[in-house]
Structure formats: structure tokens, C-alpha cells
Design a protein. Structure first.
Length: 99
């Protein structure tokens, strides 16, 4: 009889996920940075109340990429395009507060 038992691993944060996936520290940091940018872009799109077409015109980013970001599917969207989308919404990105 086959043992079909599945072993699941749960990551609580980006650092743990990076370790599980065998990523370098810098790749894990990039993954976390992109996830944060995606969240910010989705919120900026929602808050701006602009249509996808308006954001496309303002940002110069392809409609398919803007739609993907709006739907939280940013795997094929680079960080620089995320920043362009955020800027097109009019959201001002403040520098991080000093710790």
C-alpha cells in the first residue's frame, strides 16, 4: 500500500519562505520588497478610483500589466512597472521613517 501522506511546511513570513525555497538572503529581500510594492499598488489603484485605462494612459504601462496588478497577480510585473503604476495614481510615496 502506498503512503500518500503529504508533508506541508508553513512559512510565517518572507524570510521563512525564502529559506524553505532555498533562496539567497538578497532574493528573499527582493521577494518581500515586490510583495510590499504590489500591496501598495493595489491600494493606490483602489484609492485613486481611476479606471485601468486612465492608469495605462498616465503610466505608459501595458493594460494587461495594470489589470494584473489590480487583481493582485503581479508575478509578471517588474518592480519598476509597479512604481510607475503607483505614481500614475497620484499616490505620493513618502520615504520610510527613521527607526
Amino acid at each position: 500500500m502506498k503512503n500518500n501522506k503529504k508533508n506541508y511546511v508553513v512559512a510565517k513570513n518572507a524570510e521563512e519562505l525564502g529559506k524553505i525555497l532555498g533562496l539567497s538572503e538578497s532574493d528573499s529581500a527582493l521577494m518581500k520588497y515586490k510583495a510590499n510594492l504590489t500591496t501598495l499598488a493595489v491600494r493606490a489603484i483602489e484609492k485613486s478610483q481611476l479606471t485601468v485605462n486612465e492608469i495605462v494612459k498616465r503610466s505608459g504601462v501595458a493594460r494587461s500589466k495594470v489589470s494584473a496588478v489590480k487583481n493582485g497577480a503581479s508575478v509578471s510585473v517588474s518592480c519598476d512597472l509597479l512604481v510607475k503604476i503607483i505614481a500614475a495614481t497620484g499616490l505620493e510615496m513618502a520615504p520610510p521613517k527613521a527607526a
